[in-house]
Structure formats: structure tokens, C-alpha cells
Design a protein around this ligand. Structure first.
Ligand code: AMP
Ligand code: MG
Length: 390
């Protein structure tokens, strides 16, 4: 049995970065920027007023000073003239600052009578002007790789980049296996259950940035499983769920071997998730997840996430672990790395009492997986533990 970190390293060996594709800016959120892009303009493209008020000359600004208002500048409409001594231009937020002006007195500090204004409160030190290029200059870059968030989309838009080079989303085929499984919305027989982790993994993989094909459930027969595999050609990753242990009906190892799977490893020293299998079939990477719902989901977090990230070119080889203080005592760990469902709140972590790997309700309550290394000694309340936010 290999360790979790060895398994992760081996899985990354099976992955290659996807190609670059161009998407409209409106579809760039959540995608990974694949190439550096640069601003085609500066922002703001002119010095702009940051406030509603009056544009004047800074040297003339003092309490009780009077100015004649000679025109108006609004956002999108500059004042064409040039400001001379004793003059002011009515100005609004976002409007270009007129030539000759270098200060905006906010309207709250001014009294106006017809075309005359008087400064009535001492203006602060700020000139209330956004300098041209103050946000970014022409040619300023956004470097790749980068997971684009809404704020990045706003920045790219301001840079006037309408089409964005991103990594193609890796395509993952999900094959659920088992005679007992029925799709959600179906009518289960008396001995059947609903395929659940299939949909949890689909959601999770999509959150990681993948495109997911949920294939028809493979029954516990070699021919049914082979049919499912045959539908999973031309994908980046095939993920099977269940049928990976050594029971009489666990056929994933046999069928994938018959299909020419080059095995990378089988079984990882972890809880839950021990019967994990991985390799490649032709160009496809393949991962066989254990069927127990929580095991499958935990393996998704620990193994599938770095794989998808690697395909997207955002190599996070190590897990983004955080720390929290244990709110109770905890028994010593056995020989396998243990990922325990837990709840972290205000820096304190409470581990769920029942860690049975079939309990999705406990997983749904949890927001963290604490990581106990193999043979970790008993923990006492107040100890600091590492966890993966989920
Ligand atoms: P297996 O690895 O096929 O022996 O499955 C282990 C356990 O997980 C069994 O109780 C299965 O019924 C259950 N299981 C397998 N696949 C799924 C699935 N897609 N959704 C929910 N439970 C599953
Ligand atoms: Mg099964």
C-alpha cells in the first residue's frame, strides 16, 4: 500500500495540461487563464473627478474663496474649454477634469448662487481627482495561470479584453457501478438505493473546473462495465465509482485490465478510501474510486482536485491545509492517514462522532476534513490540528 502523498504524485503523472481555447469574456469566470494578457488602454484614460463638485485651480482653494462657474463636465461629456483664474466648472463623478483645473471641491463644501460659488467649509487635503492610468497603465499584464474570479473578469473588461485565452476544461467521464443503484428520480426496487456520490462527484468536479459526463450506471457484469468504458473514449479522465474492492462483484480491476489498463497503483494507506485504483487506458487517465459515498467524496477532494488542477495548469501539489484548535479529546490514529469529517467554527474544530464512510448526512454537516497522519498519538482538547476546508 502506498501513502497518500505517493498516490497523489502518481496521479499527477497521469495528467497533462489541456489545450488553450478562446472564450468570450462573459464566459471567463471560473476558467483558468492560460496566457498572459495585457491592457490595451490605460484606466482611467484621462484624469477624472472622483466626486460631484466643482473643478478649480488648487492654488486658489481656500475658505471663503469665490469662483465663477463657466460650464459643466459630466461622465462621458468633457468640458471643452480651459479653466482660467477665478473660474470653476461644475463636475460630476467620472467626468474628465477640464484643462487648467487640478482640484475638485466637493459640492458639500460649496454654496452656490447663480453662477457664483463660495467655499464654505475647509476642503480636505485630497484633490478628489483620479489620475489617468491610476488603476492600470497600457500594457499592464494579468499573468497566467490564474483562476479567474469575478473581480478578474471586471479587470479584464476594463482592460478591453473581450476574448480570453483559457485552458480547455478537462472532460471527466463518471461511471457508477452496481446492480443496486438507481438514478435520482428513478424508482428503486426493494433492494436498491439511489446513486448519490455520482452526483456529489459531478458537482465537485465541476467546482474544480472540469466538464463531467455522467454515463449510464454499469451493472455488476463484465459486459455492462465494458459498455460503459466504451462510452468513455476521448475524455481526459475516466472515474469509476464502486466495484473496486475484492468482492465477487467487484469487476473494475478485471475489466480495466482486460481493456489494457496500465496500472499505476492499487490501494492507498488512508481512511476512508483505501481501495483506490489508478492508471491509464490509452490516452485516458483512469481512477477507480471506492463506492462508499463518503470514501468517494473524500477521494474526490484529496486526489481528483489536484488532478483537475494539474490539467488546468494550476499545479497545487500539496493540499491547501489550514489549522484549528481541537475542542475535545480525540483517540490515537491507526496505521492509515485518516481524513475525519469535522466542523470548524471560529478557529475551533469539532470532529464528528460517527465516521462511518456510508454517512453522507455527516459529510453534509461537515465543513472540514481533519488530517490525522498514520499512527498519530491521542490528541487532547486544545491541540492544533490540520484540516482541509470542504
Ligand atoms: P462497492 O465498492 O461497489 O462494493 O460499493 C461499496 C458501497 O458503496 C456499497 O454499499 C454500494 O452500494 C455503495 N455505492 C457504490 N456506488 C455508489 C454510488 N454511486 N452511490 C451511492 N452508493 C454507492
Ligand atoms: Mg458495487
Amino acid at each position: 500500500m502506498i501513502s497518500v502523498s505517493e498516490a497523489r504524485a502518481a496521479l499527477l503523472q497521469l495528467c497533462s495540461v489541456t489545450e488553450v481555447e478562446q472564450v468570450p469574456l462573459a464566459q471567463a469566470n471560473g476558467r483558468v487563464l492560460a496566457q498572459e494578457v495585457s491592457a490595451t488602454r490605460e484606466q482611467p484614460p484621462f484624469s477624472a473627478s472622483a466626486m460631484d463638485g466643482y473643478a478649480v485651480k488648487r492654488d486658489e482653494v481656500e475658505l471663503h474663496a469665490m469662483f465663477q462657474v463657466i460650464g459643466e463636465a459630466a461622465a462621458g461629456h468633457r468640458f471643452e474649454g480651459s479653466l482660467k483664474a477665478g473660474q470653476a466648472v461644475r463636475i460630476f463623478t467620472g467626468a474628465p477634469v477640464p484643462d487648467g483645473a487640478d482640484f475638485v471641491v466637493i459640492q458639500e463644501d460649496v454654496a452656490r448662487k447663480k453662477d457664483l460659488i463660495t467655499i464654505q467649509s475647509a476642503p480636505g487635503a485630497s484633490n478628489n481627482i483620479r489620475p489617468s492610468g491610476g488603476d492600470f497603465g497600457r500594457g499592464q499584464t494579468v499573468t497566467a495561470p490564474r483562476l479567474l474570479r469575478p473581480s478578474d473578469v471586471a479587470l479584464l473588461a476594463a482592460m478591453n479584453i473581450p476574448v480570453v485565452p483559457v485552458r480547455r476544461r478537462p472532460v471527466v467521464a463518471l461511471i457508477s457501478t452496481g446492480d443496486e443503484l438507481v438514478m435520482p428520480g428513478g424508482t428503486p426496487g426493494p433492494d436498491q438505493i439511489i446513486a448519490s456520490n455520482t452526483f456529489g462527484l459531478k458537482a465537485m468536479l465541476e467546482d474544480f473546473g472540469a466538464k463531467v459526463l455522467v454515463l449510464p450506471i454499469a451493472r455488476d457484469s463484465e459486459s455492462s462495465l465494458k459498455t460503459a468504458f466504451s462510452l468513455a473514449r476521448d475524455v481526459d479522465l475516466v472515474v469509476t465509482i464502486g466495484g473496486a474492492s475484492v468482492g465477487d462483484h467487484d469487476l473494475v480491476a478485471k475489466v480495466s485490465a482486460d481493456l489494457g489498463m496500465e496500472r499505476s497503483f492499487y490501494k492507498v494507506a488512508m481512511r476512508p478510501g483505501k481501495p483506490l485504483m489508478a492508471g491509464s487506458i490509452g490516452k485516458n487517465a483512469m481512477v477507480g474510486l471506492p463506492g462508499n459515498p463518503v470514501s468517494a467524496m473524500v477521494c474526490g477532494h484529496i486526489f481528483l482536485r489536484p488532478m483537475i488542477q494539474s490539467m488546468l495548469g494550476t499545479n497545487h501539489v500539496s493540499l491547501p491545509l489550514m489549522t484549528a484548535v481541537l475542542s475535545h479529546d480525540l483517540a490515537a490514529n491507526g496505521p492509515r492517514e485518516h481524513y475525519m469529517r469535522a466542523t470548524v467554527s471560529h478557529g475551533e474544530v469539532t470532529v464528528a462522532a460517527n465516521q462511518d464512510s456510508s454517512l453522507l448526512s455527516v459529510l453534509a454537516e461537515a465543513n472540514a476534513l481533519i488530517v490525522l497522519p498514520p499512527h498519530a498519538p491521542a490528541q487532547t482538547k486544545g491541540n492544533t490540528l490540520q484540516y482541509l476546508p470542504i
